[in-house]
Design a protein around this ligand. Sequence first.
Ligand SMILES: [Zn+2]
Length: 305
Amino acid sequence: MKPPAYDREAMAYIVDPWAQVLRGVVAAYVLPLPGGLAAVIDPGPATGAGRLVEALNALGLKLHAVLVTHVHLDHAGATGALLEKYPEAVAYVHPRGLPHLADPSRLWESSKQVMGDAAEAYGRPVPAPRERLIATEDGQEVELPGGRVLRILHTPGHASHHQSFYEDSTGVLYTGDSAGIIMETTVGVVRAPTTPPRLKPRLYLESLEKMMKLQPRAVAPTHFGIWPNGPQELERQREIFVRWMNLLAEIHSEGVRTPGEAAKRLALRDPEASLIMRAGGPVRDFFLYETVWGMLDAIERGEWP
Ligand SMILES: [Zn+2]
């Protein structure tokens, strides 16, 4: 396995724990700390836990803390396995997400229902010991050994228990799924909101605006990588989100109810959606279809406009 990429300004390694399934889709951010320790933001799926441990070993680092943006399988599935492997490590999680890390059985069942086979590709998470799970508060600052500080921002919308992490000293905002995806694909860089079903569109927008106030130097969505021009990226995400919601409300009023058909029509009217359609494959299936599905569902529930 080749060593993970290091972003000098962010002082973070970008590990790709799921590369054996899909390369460049799920990023785990490893922050090296003095004393050979590391903090990991979003360790990724359960099936990637082994790769993440390998990466930490290759870097000569021992896990000190996991910070999870939310408990979805692609972001936090590996948490239990990592806490098992590193008995001194703890995990920081939103209080509403905490019970699902301690007992992932309900999360696993509902993920299988929603995602089908994709859930198996992420793998079934093992339970994390409750006494090593730390419930966060909005605005709380987590001081890591050596003085690196991550500020926690509760950023609901994608999920009610979503949080993001801001490191003032490097100017990086780790956004999880609260500020969409920015991903390198075969057709270029694609951007899209990440809004699976049970999306709360108003909260999603409020969270984006809350993050925009920070004027971060860079944003690091889990899907995928660390991108400069943080304020512009967040503004672009806000624009795409509002545009897609409005276009899908139109498409919904034309009687379209299935995500596949709605995505097709959206791609005819919107350049970002059209690009993802062209990227095809899992990028289209995971991100465009799921996002359109969540947006349609929110429109159906009368939550937009
Ligand atoms: Zn995700």
